[in-house]
Design a protein around this ligand. Sequence first.
Ligand code: GLA
Length: 401
Amino acid sequence: MKKIVILILVFTSINTFSQKFEGLAETPPLGWNSWNTFATDINEQLVKDIADKFVELGLKEAGYEYIVLDDGWMAKERDTHGNLIADPIKFPSGMKALADYIHSKGLKFGLYNCAGSKTCAGYPGSRGFEYQDARSYASWDVDYLKYDWCNTDKLNAEGAYITMRDALKAAGRPVVFSICEWGDNEPWKWAKDVGHAWRVTGDIINCWDCEVGHGSWSSWGVWKIINMRKDIRKVAGPGHWNDFDMMEVGNGMADAEDRTHFAMWTMLTSPLIMGNDLRVASKETIKTLANKEVIAVNQDKLGIQGFRFSNEGDFEIWIKPLENDAWAITFVNMSDKPLSLNFDWEKHDIGDDVNGKRMEAKQQKFKIRDLFNHKNLGDTSKNLMAEIQSHDVLMVKLEKK
Ligand code: GLA
């Protein structure tokens, strides 16, 4: 009897040490990350200013929560005990004080590290230090870890991410685990029980559809990223998301292109991680990023990733089933001229076979809401008519009448 009890205890403890934290990302995480604008040029004051801006600009109220420091927050070497330390010049008060500041605003704090021996920018990586690093994060009250894939030599990706997942679990503080191995090892096939989101491509860059080569790797524009991965929508869902990378909204594309980028990331149920300098963001940028009606599509409880319904002519049409038999539909003008949309609901059989959902526009009428302009556009008994500017978007929500 005693043996059985001991065995049960052993199995229970193994079990609790080998799972990710559940319930942390039931909808895609919303936040900000330093990399797209600042690369390694980050510091304590900047992060505090960003936290203040979350509140001042209504971003916190719109649902953004995580403030994540990417590469470059550490000192170049570990201390004599092998502990990671914050760069003492950039972060003189240390990570715990910064976490306290962010928490005092009702927000959450994230850090970056890497499965390899060094991070992509050459700072100490976690390889061989996973449990020790996880304990440091827990002692600083870290809520989110982005975990990269540089300098990993011949490491097995699934194994490396499981090791860090288990280390976080053992350290005991619930942490959103954001896998960043660029889709190289098809994480959508194995990461559901390992992390809460996984990057599906290499790094984003602030352009509509370009590729910028850097020798052995490239950065990808918004449409390159959207078009790169097929057939992976089935694996996204509450607690485990395809991550299309941190956003470039406000980083130099036209406002219309920013709207489309934002609409598409919400349709794709990607984490919505802002990547711009919030201290100097334009009104238009904040209007896009803080649009609660659009964010609600991303945060819909069903957590179904949207998909391309058609791309005939110059329009792309994307569809996402929502709770209560509602739908989000996004029309994108891919051309370089304004275009008139004339969409006949009865002529299109809108449905999602993967999730067994059909709109049945012939039998059922829906109210139409324009989510960017906050206007009601009648219902599906008439054709949907609209002028859409070049690279701009009409994003609507359809609710049963
Ligand atoms: C990789 C990641 C980026 C960023 C940098 C930091 O390229 O994909 O998102 O974290 O490393 O060095």
